[in-house]
Design a binder for this molecule. Structure first.
Ligand SMILES: [Zn+2]
Length: 91
């Protein structure tokens, strides 16, 4: 975890992009959370990327659906929801 932050407390764009959703959800531990905040303030690329991600979150609308999708993506679980719905309809 500490490797993401340089000795001067800076993070790279790569780290910011990778942790962007975690950062926006406030899931990161304190040094990384603030380092990313500082980076975004001074980096146009990353602040643009955050805007894009934020818009995407708003388009998704249902926050829980977004989190579920994110979890599936991270855990590489297959999406079984449509199948479950079909079974419920049969019953
Ligand atoms: Zn950047």
């Amino acid at each position: 975890m500490g490797r993401d932050i340089s000795r001067s407390g800076k993070v790279k764009c790569k780290t910011v992009i990778r942790e962007l959703t975690n950062y926006m959800e406030g899931r990161l531990s304190e040094p990384l959370q603030s380092a990313i905040e500082d980076h975004i303030k001074s980096c146009r690329d990353c602040s643009a990327q955050m805007e894009t991600t934020r818009k995407m979150l708003h388009l998704v609308g249902d926050e829980q659906a977004w989190l579920n999708a994110l979890e599936r993506h991270v855990l590489k679980k297959p999406a079984a929801t449509s199948e479950d719905a079909a079974h419920k309809k049969e019953l």
